[in-house]
Design a binder for this molecule. Structure first.
Ligand code: ADP
Ligand code: ADP
Length: 226
């Protein structure tokens, strides 16, 4: 659990594109924020800045009150789940899930226990020795989730994680993600262009436009006004 504070965040790409202008947002402990908005409004840029995959050009990002702007991705306690899953193709499911723990120097017995426990939670026990190409889309998505969860991060970031799945699986996975996020109590930011997904998952919705926060509120207050 953690609070995440974005204070006047700006992002300008090296080519001069100003993608974020003064983003202010406070995400509470255990809260799921869903970000929606038109293509090009800065949703992915925002997640990548939070994850440390892009540098922040101005403003301040804090986790539990502590500035993390300059921290490397691996030192941020933030895990990101990508649209294309971004699994390592030459590694097994277990190796994919154990990778971040191995990098961090977690001893092998502890890694294996953690990977097995996480696999159980996600129904992946029977697939631990498979390679990503031997998995269905839904199974790959679960492995991507598993890889994020094993790290026990303070914050989850989801970048349209279900958009490559078929409709039935999207519904199922969205419910699973909701259940897991609430059970683990991990603070989360979730980007989607699917309005139903946004309504189902969000504690609060953020509507972005042209690099700014345009509206923020619960799904009820934003969508059910007369
Ligand atoms: P969204 O995820 O909402 O579709 P993006 O964050 O991808 O929006 O893009 C926000 C803006 O930043 C767009 O104008 C886009 O063209 C620009 N942009 C994204 N990535 C880069 C980049 N690597 N270099 C320059 N401009 C970029
Ligand atoms: P190493 O490269 O350390 O010898 P392996 O290549 O066997 O280890 O596996 C890489 C990682 O995947 C290890 O950190 C281990 O924790 C994890 N792992 C491999 N197989 C399993 C399994 N069946 N159950 C749980 N974790 C596994």
């Amino acid at each position: 659990m953690a609070t995440l504070t974005l204070d006047a965040l700006n992002k300008r790409y090296p080519n001069g594109n100003a993608a974020l202008h003064g983003i202010d947002l406070r995400v509470e402990d255990g809260e799921m924020i869903v970000i929606v908005g038109p293509s090009g409004c800065g949703k992915s840029t925002l997640l990548r800045c939070l994850a440390g995959l892009e540098t922040i050009s101005g403003g301040e990002l804090k986790i539990d009150g502590e500035r993390v702007n300059e921290r490397e991705p691996a030192e941020r306690d933030i895990a990101m789940v990508f649209q294309n899953y971004a699994l390592y193709p030459h590694m097994s499911v277990a190796e994919n899930m154990a990778y971040a723990l191995k990098n961090r120097g977690v001893p092998k017995p502890a890694r294996e226990a953690k990977v097995r426990e996480t696999a159980r939670v996600l129904g992946l026990e029977a697939l631990l020795d498979r390679r990503p190409r031997q998995l269905s889309g839904g199974q790959r998505q679960r492995v991507a989730m598993g890889r994020a969860i094993v790290r026990e991060p303070k914050v989850f970031l989801f970048d349209e994680p279900l958009s490559n799945l078929d409709a039935a699986l999207r519904v199922q996975m969205r419910l699973e993600i909701r259940r897991l996020q609430k059970r683990l109590g991990t603070t989360a930011i979730y980007v989607t262009h699917d309005q139903v997904e946004a309504m189902t998952l969000a504690d609060r919705l953020v509507v972005m436009n042209a690099g700014q926060v345009e509206q923020i509120g619960t799904p009820m207050t934003l969508y059910q006004r007369p």
